[in-house]
Design a protein around this ligand. Structure first.
Ligand code: ARG
Length: 706
């Protein structure tokens, strides 16, 4: 018996699994044996009582989880921060615990309503008293950590729980005497693991695998050199022994069915203040403003998910719902992050949702750092997206030119009074330029996304929003695309086609050639292969040796594509082959004849290559970018490789139509978070034939009415 240690427990008189609020309870409703539960609880009680003082709180009927006194609150010295349970199933326990603390002379601190915090289940003191580890993600809200720091005057280290089986910090994390830590790393996100590793030296970290973790081996009570737990593997026992700890096993299977074990069943109520400490929470908060059709377009969900998945938490301070169908909503959101680094990461993502600082006066200028080595950005450079972006310099917002994703924002002409901001690839950064770093003074200008997912104010392109469609819907979508292409052509706009060789193998070549001939295509982007197979078909009637009319292999056909390449090489270029009368039909022929520029980017697997193929990849990217400039629509036809390249170079606002037989490719390409992309899962040959049919139908309709 040691009087300096004091625990609170609650006899299991009314204990049962009555509801499901964690994954362990699932399938276990009323499955725990009352008799065995009492026996197991008594033996834990005995083990602890022989080593420390144990107080009991009277169990209340109707509150079966009250046995888990760890969740009563968090005690430090004579102060207790009372729990605010996340689930209503446990909220009724609060007054009973509160009464016990008051009767026993504690100063009771109560968190604001609606701010969940589940006591010592989610907050564990370092055993040297240096700081408090606090968990969040399932039961406790990150914002509660600020109160803990202030009220208990202690540094709080926030840990993000990511595995729902380990919903409370004490299910996967157990600080031990002597600065040791017993824990299950997989239950935390990577940022939290880094934090743990920075604070606890490797020789003090005792990790366990999943097999021990699911036996609740982290849920242990540590009294001096004894660690009391439900069960420990030989390996874990050995690791603990090496650190000087003896394991005392006491089966708690009946409580595991409710998601708890020895630590959950106890609360240490005499936590002394051991050292000089300081209130400190690494927490950082910022308020952002979001505007738009927040609900209909799903923007608000995506933004809030981003915050939570990124390790932050939020509080919606104010939400103004647009009253009319067409009016926009606005939301003021307080974002909290466990550290400055996490906040910066969250902010850089929220900027893409159009988040701004609600107080214009509080907005700072963008931070700039000089380029110190050509082709290399400063470490903390802001990575650009497809959205139109503005940066604030000397109090003025400046539009960034050449918007594309995965670049840096380079500022030139700073001294001139008329600086220019440009998206640049890392390799293009030059000495003398500055680069925007951090997340201050950067905003993206999102077109107001309409309720139904099409850009507001556009009557054109009445696609069903971004989405992947198949079969039935294909025809309807083709009709809409045809209409759009027609509009673009007739107003002198620009449609760019990025296509792979499958376009030819599936019989789409003649249709693509038709589109080019009719003026629907202003630039063609591809690789060596599409050109080779198109010309093979034009000159020899086969595509990769397959007769395109019969659908059968031609004897010796496997050499056709090499012969084609050889012929073009002899003439010096595709254009020269056309001029020589050697190439008289097909996609490449129509490009030459109709002055439609094309760019063929080489790859490691190319045969030949054709003289036109650009094998310097940086030069090829530049050529693609040049042809994409000013595009209204990009058709991506069965080429994941070229389409991804094109997608990266294309700013938002350009309509992307992606056609591929593989739904995964379509999803990947259309999932750019912007609404102007549409995916169609179908055979590209079929798509092109339907498209041409629709365009012809439109043409005849126009002619009739003309
Ligand atoms: N059934 C309880 C709940 O889900 C178990 C609590 C376990 N307590 C703990 N400190 N981990 O809330």
């Amino acid at each position: 018996m040691n009087s300096e240690l004091r625990f609170l427990m609650c006899p299991p008189d009314h204990y049962d699994v009555d509801y499901v609020i964690n994954p362990w309870m699932e399938g276990n409703i009323h499955k725990s044996s009352q008799e065995r539960a009492i026996e197991q609880w008594q033996s834990l009680y005995g083990i602890i009582k022989s080593r420390a003082r144990v107080d009991l709180v009277t169990p209340a009927k109707g509150w079966p989880d009250m046995v888990f006194t760890a969740n009563a609150g968090l005690v430090l010295d004579k102060t207790v921060v009372l729990s605010r349970f996340f689930h209503k199933e446990r909220q009724g326990e609060e007054p009973y615990f509160k009464a016990w603390f008051e009767e026993n002379g504690f100063t009771v601190k109560e968190l604001p309503k609606e701010l969940p915090f589940e006591g010592a289940g989610d907050a564990l003191l370092d055993r040297e008293g240096r700081w408090l580890w606090a968990g969040y993600g399932f039961r406790s809200e990150l914002d509660s950590h600020g109160y803990l720091a202030e009220w208990l005057d202690i540094e709080v280290l926030s840990l993000h729980l990511v595995d729902e089986r380990f919903y409370h910090l004490d299910t996967c994390f157990c600080p031990l005497e002597g600065g040791y830590l017993l824990y299950y790393p997989e239950a935390f996100d990577s940022y939290s693991n880094q934090l743990i590793e920075r604070r606890v030296p490797v020789e003090k970290r005792i990790t366990m695998g999943e097999a021990d973790a699911v036996n609740f081996s982290c849920n242990a009570v540590n009294i001096r050199d004894v660690v009391i737990m439900n069960k420990a593997s030989e390996e874990l026992r050995g690791k603990l022994a090496a650190a000087g700890f003896e394991v005392v096993e006491t089966p708690l299977t009946e409580f595991l069915k409710a998601g708890g074990a020895s630590k959950c069943l106890t609360l240490r109520v005499n936590e002394p203040i051991l050292e000089d400490r300081q209130a400190k929470a690494g927490l950082e908060s910022r308020t952002i403003l979001l505007q738009g059709h927040l609900l209909d377009s799903g923007l608000i969900n995506r933004a809030l998910d981003t915050i939570v998945e990124g390790g932050g938490s939020f509080q919606v301070l104010n939400f103004q719902l647009g009253e009319q169908r067409q009016s926009t909503s606005s939301a003021k959101i307080k974002v909290t992050a466990p550290s400055h680094e996490v906040m910066e990461e969250l902010m850089s993502q929220l900027i893409n949702f159009g988040a701004v600082n609600p107080e214009e006066s509080a907005i700072a200028d963008a931070q700039l750092e000089p380029v110190e080595m050509a082709g290399v950005a400063p470490d903390d450079f802001y990575v650009t997206t497809i959205y139109p972006t503005e940066v604030r310099l000397a109090g003025q917002w400046l539009r960034v030119e050449n918007q594309r994703m995965d670049g840096a924002i380079a500022i030139s002409g700073l001294g001139s009074g008329a600086p220019i901001a440009r998206c640049k690839l890392l390799r293009d950064l030059e000495l003398g330029e500055s680069v925007v770093t951090g997340v201050e003074g950067i905003r993206t200008v999102r077109k107001v996304e309409a309720r139904d997912g099409k850009p507001a104010g556009s009557q054109e392109f009445t696609f069903m929003g971004s989405g992947v469609s198949s079969e039935r819907r294909v025809e309807l979508m083709v009709e809409q695309i045809a209409w759009e292409l027609r509009q673009v052509r007739d107003r002198g706009g620009k449609t760019v086609v990025a296509a792979g060789p499958v376009t030819i193998h599936t019989g789409g070549g003649e249709h693509l050639a038709h589109l080019i001939r009719e003026g629907y295509v202003q630039a063609l982007l591809g690789g060596n292969a599409i050109a080779v197979h198109d010309m093979e078909q034009a000159m020899m009637g086969t595509s990769l040796g397959v007769d395109m009319k019969q659908g059968t292999s031609v004897r010796g056909g496997h050499r056709h594509h090499l012969k084609t390449i050889n012929t073009i090489r002899r003439h010096g270029s595709i254009t020269q082959a056309v001029e020589a009368g050697i190439l008289t039909s097909g996609v490449m022929y129509e490009c030459v004849k109709n002055n439609v520029p094309f760019s063929l980017a080489g790859s490691i697997r190319d045969d030949g290559p054709l003289p036109d193929t650009i094998t310097d990849m940086v030069a090829a990217q530049q050529d693609y970018a040049r042809l994409i400039q000013g595009a209204d629509v990009v058709l991506m036809l069965s080429s994941m490789l070229h389409s991804i390249g094109v997608g990266n170079m294309t700013p938002s606002g350009v309509k992307l139509v992606c056609v591929d037989i593989n739904p995964a490719v379509v999803t990947k390409l259309t999932d750019r978070g912007s609404l102007e992309s549409v995916g169609i899962v179908t055979d590209v040959g079929l798509f092109l034939s339907l498209l041409v049919q629709q365009l012809d139908r439109l043409t005849s309709r126009y002619q009739v009415s003309a």
